[in-house]
Design a protein around this ligand. Sequence first.
Ligand code: PLP
Length: 422
Amino acid sequence: MSLRDADPEVADILIAENRRQHAKIRLIASENYVSQNVLEATGSVLTNKYSEGYAGRRYYEGQQQIDRIETLAIDRTKDLFGAEHVNVQPYSGSPANQAVYVALARPGDRIMGMSLAGGGHLTHGAGVSISGLHYDAVQYGVDAESGYLDYEAIEKLAVEARPKLLWCGTTAYPRTLDFERFAAIGHKVGAIVVADMAHISGLVAAGVHPSPVPHVDIVTSTTHKTLRGPRGGMIMCRQQYAEAIDKAVFPGLQGGPHNHTTAALAVALKEASTAEFKVYAQAIVDNARVLGEALAGYGFRLASGGTDNHLLLVDSTSRGVVGHNMARSLDAAGIVCNYNLVPGDTRPAMRPSGIRLGTAAVTSRGFGAPEMKQLAAWIDRVASARADEDTDKDARIRVNRDIAAEVRALCDRYPAPGLAPV
Ligand SMILES: *Cc1c(COP(=O)(O)O)cnc(C)c1O
């Protein structure tokens, strides 16, 4: 019996989400469209298998194919990033980071990472996360004026705090990260330096962002952002930390690995090693720059004045609209993003000044410079309608609905990878 016949409720939800992913322009910086082949491997029979342990050292029999797929994913990661040791079992980015804590720190130890407000991740010491609750977290941010990381201030703080772990890596920072500098700062104070390249691992794989691998001790990543793999996590490290990391992932933190995800990751890694992927990653960065320049032309203030990578932080209050109103109106116009704090933001996190825009997903469906300029024009129209005191609510709804129809027409011309026809 088909899913449609057996469970129409779930089938309807899947179809509706397929339609939404087709018909809207997805600018959430952490999202992407995986290829049909990655989807196929994700939905494979490998989901049926338990395989606690590591290749050649499992606690269940029947691992002939599982050992092969996990070894393949590890070898492809090593080749792609030049890593000494790799663990592909973390269920996602947050558990990968948690495994680093389990491996290399004890509860109460001092750790240092970037604040949420500065563009860091929850798992880098935020008070609401286990990383801030169980460890003595010291946080750095970006310079409120320039929007750039201030490495001198970070070094000064590291010298004072002498953390056991120094985290670098971001979720909302539009500029190139100087991993060599972070490594020098951390090693000067005796810290183990961990780079979390979750957002940028696809850019790193393609060589359009410098790699942390030669410089830091541990590298963690998600697999589903710019890398365009299934939802998952991975850890790369120097050989000296290999045993501690592997033990922390299993049995320290997790049980059986998600083998269907490992298979899909292997597929994504092969895709990411192609010349075509280099072109794709460069196009992501080019698109972000073009979108940023066009938005600046419409009077939007950009954090740090622009971007070097796949994302933009846009201060929408520069156009008279607070971030959550901007994000909500854009969604009504068929353009999906998230609201975000901007450097030096004085507004609360749930009511911040800006929005975060990323170009990975739109680049996967083939958008280029002309579409970025069109996108900026739509964002300008949404902001104008939202900010204008004289535009009544009905008129605003009409503007957003008109744009949503134009968005839909553009999306119809660029079918996204992996989606069923709509
Ligand atoms: C997305 C992200 C994570 C978390 O990944 P999940 O898969 O959502 O757990 C961790 N670190 C950084 C820097 C991220 O951007």
